[in-house]
Structures are given as C-alpha cells and as structure tokens.
Design a protein around this ligand. Structure first.
Ligand SMILES: [Zn+2]
Length: 452
C-alpha cells in the first residue's frame, strides 16, 4: 500500500512539473481547408508542391467526409470530431421548418443560433486550456459557442471573391504573423476554391485544373512563408477539404428528376429545401408522412428515408433539426422541385461513400512522419489528431485517435500528453457508435454506396 501511495505521489509531482515542459515544447497547428477539393484533383494536373508534401509529410489516399457532404456540416465535423446528428449543423442553409425561414450559407456565418448547439469546437476547447486560436474565413469560426468567441476571427463577407491569388498570399502572410509575432497556437484558414469552379464549370473542365495549379502555387508560397517566419520547426500544417464534386447529369443523357411529378408538394409538404443539389429535406403536412414517403419511394434515381429510419452509418437519425423526410439523389442527379432551374455543372451533397465525394488529407511539420502514405480514413478522426498535436484534452467526440495517430512520429514530446484522456473521451462518449462504425465506413465505404 505504501509503495503504491509513494508511486501516486511521484506521479502527481511529475504531472505537476510536466505542464511547463509541455507548454515549452508544444508545437503550433495550421488547419487549411480548400473547399470542394476532390481526392483525385491533383492526379491530372502538374502539382509539384503538393507532390513534395508527400515526401516531406503524410498523405491519406483519400478522406471520407461525414454523411451530408456539404460545406458547413462537414467543416464543423472536422473541428469537433462529431457526426452531423450531434453538432446539428445539418445544412448549408440555416432554416426553421416551422416559420419557413431560410438563410443562405454566407449569411449564416455569424449566426450563432445555427452553429452553437452544445458541442464545443476545437478553438474553444483549446482556448479553455490556455491556447490562443484564430479563424480566417473558416466556416463556424464567426459564431459564439456557449457564450465564448474565438480569440481572433475574420469572417468572409457575402460576395467576396474566392479566387484572388494575390489575396490568398496576403492571407497566408497574415496568418504567419499571427503565429510568429503573436504566438497563436491554432489557426484555421479557409479557401472557397476549387468549390466555386467545380460548381460553375464541372470537375472535368480545364478551369478546374487551372485552379488546382493556383492552389499548388499557393502551397509553394506557404512553405516559403513558413521558412521566412522561422516556423519550420514549430508549425504543423494540415491541408484538407470538406467534400468532393461530381458532374451533374442532365438531359438528354438522363431524365432529370422533378419531384412534383410524384407528389403535390404544395398539398403534402409544409416545408422543403429542394433544388439544392442531391440532398433534400421535407416536412410533410400533418398526417401526410406516409403518403409523402410512398410517393417518393416510386421516384427513380433517388432514395427517400424517414428520418428515424436513416441508416445508422449516416449518423443523421438523431438530429432534432432535420425534418421527418430526407431524400438523397443518386450520384449526379439534382432534386428539382417543380422546374429545372438548375445551372450548376458540378455538385456535391451525395452519399459520402461515392468516390466522387471523397476529399484530400495532407499534413507536414515537426510532429508528422515523412513520406508516409496512409490508408483512407473518415474526417471525424482528424479532431483527436489535432488535439494530440496541440497537446490538449479533447472534448467528447466520435473520432478515434488510433485511426490517425499513426500519421505522427512515434514517441516525441507529445507522446503521452493525451493518450489516456482522448481514449476515455472517445470511448465514454460514443464508444459503441464510433468503434464499429468508423471501421466500416473507412474500409468498405465505396461498397457502402448502396444506400443510394
Ligand atoms: Zn464545400
């Protein structure tokens, strides 16, 4: 007994002494998201800087976004490690099915009531443990969470051009100064491309290749800037995205979907978000749920679900915000409501198991392995990895550090910092769901697309 007590005391003393050395050794983290960067966009374009990243760091063959392959839901999954049903950011548009209110994505960016649903994102959890964090254009960064704000926030204004290469470099310079002169520990930086070009021109258009070259030059510039600011030995960088992109199928290649052919929307539904790519939601009028479900079950090229019967692998069924009916179109089909008014040539929002919805993951810096090609994983596992790199205790999450820890150099100063805590947080929070689920999703997801 006495020996054990002694060991406990020694452990406590060591733990008390440890934070100082930990803080001194803690490296910084920059998370960059290039919206809509499909996993294979670099394979038909010359991308010397992206290629160099593999030599100097780690690359996942691809990364699987959460179900609901849309910008806001997916970005928040990355910074919370929570499935969409838990963080409840269930669409790019903020909506209220009772009042019929609908707010477009860019106008939601400072509306905390849309983003803050009791789950704390990485910025806030890090700040609560003494770190300084910032968000530059990252979706969700402009909201308050349980009354707390991110230390420094720049929110993208509606209508702001997304493709200005000069501004891209200025934004990198700003972020580098935050790290080197103001000692920020975590910055999330968002770019709106290649999503815009993918929507407007389609993923196969030469302009998409051109914007990938621009992104590649920007990554080259980033690496120069890191050196200029003497951050090579202290800054880790993760480069990722929120979803892929697929070509929209149109007449005469296919018969486009018009939902009003199968049910009288006005008569049967009191709320709808349709005409928004391949993901649709409906609130049936009272007593009409079965009728709506049956009517849409007969429609081709889509799958209709009652919310509470959504496959568990979607991690959407427990959402309180989602209306009772969810419609997922087959890859490339748009869910037109009454007329075909759709102008996009590319889109996302389809099943996350579709290869066209997969996205990228790259990382480099002092804590990451070099020349390491990882098997694919779900984006929900990036959160515990980021907590490990920042040496903070994660909030409860659905990810598993075991999936992404192998990207990091073994041992190292951060080796023991979060081992126990993150294990507990993951297991305790959602052990059952996470354990079996993420394994299936990662391993067999391309096969899982049968949900469509
Ligand atoms: Zn997006």
């Amino acid at each position: 007994m006495k020996t054990e007590l002694f060991l406990v005391v020694v452990a406590l003393v060591c733990a008390a002494a440890n934070p100082l050395s930990k803080a001194a050794q803690r490296n910084k983290l920059l998370l960059i998201s290039f919206d809509g960067f499909r996993w294979d966009y670099d394979q038909d374009v010359d991308t010397p800087h992206l290629d160099q990243l593999l030599e100097d760091g780690v690359k996942a063959k691809y990364m699987t976004p959460p179900m609901l392959t849309m910008t806001s839901p997916s970005h928040i999954t990355t910074v919370t490690g929570r499935w969409v049903e838990d963080h409840e950011v269930v669409h790019n548009m903020m909506f209220n099915a009772k009042t019929n209110q609908k707010v477009p994505h860019k106008q939601t960016l400072t509306r905390s009531e849309w983003w803050d649903n009791g789950v704390l994102p990485l910025w806030i959890t890090a700040q609560n443990q003494g770190l300084k964090t910032a968000s530059f254009y990252y979706p969700g960064g402009g909201a308050n969470y349980s009354g707390q704000v991110v230390d420094r926030v720049i929110v993208e204004e509606p209508g702001h051009p997304d493709d200005n290469e000069t501004e891209w470099r200025q934004n990198i310079n700003t972020v580098m100064r935050w790290f080197s002169e103001e000692d920020f520990h975590l910055v999330t930086l968002y770019y709106g491309e290649p999503d815009n070009v993918g929507h407007a021109k389609g993923p196969d258009h030469p302009d998409r290749k051109s914007i990938i070259r621009q992104i590649d030059r920007t990554i080259g510039y980033l690496r120069e800037a890191i050196g200029r600011h003497h951050l090579n030995n202290s800054l880790n960088v993760i480069i990722t995205s929120d979803h892929g992109m697929t070509t929209v199928k149109k007449r005469p290649q296919v018969d486009e979907i018009i939902l009003n052919k199968y049910l009288n929307l006005l008569k049967l539904a009191s709320f709808e978000i349709l005409d928004y790519g391949g993901f649709g939601i409906l609130t049936p009028r009272p007593g009409k749920e079965q009728e709506v479900f049956n009517a849409l079950s007969n429609a081709p090229n889509l799958t209709v679900y009652k919310k509470d019967e959504l496959p568990e692998s979607f991690h959407l069924a427990r959402s309180e915000r989602l209306p009772p009916i969810v419609v997922v179109a087959d890859l490339g089909f748009n869910l037109n409501s009454r007329f075909i008014v759709y102008v996009n040539k590319g889109d996302h929002g389809y099943h996350s198991g579709e290869m066209d919805m997969k996205t990228i993951f790259r990382a480099f810096g002092p804590d990451f392995k070099k020349n390491f090609l990882s098997e694919p994983f779900d984006s929900v596992h990036v959160y515990p990895l980021m907590c490990k790199v920042l040496q903070i205790d994660p909030a409860p999450h659905n990810g598993s550090l075991a999936v992404t820890e192998k990207l990091l150099l073994p041992g190292g100063e951060s080796g023991d910092a979060t081992g126990g805590e993150s294990g507990d947080a993951t297991g305790g929070e959602s052990g059952g769901v996470t354990g079996g689920e993420s394994g299936d999703a990662t391993g067999g997801e391309s096969g899982d697309a049968t949900g469509l």
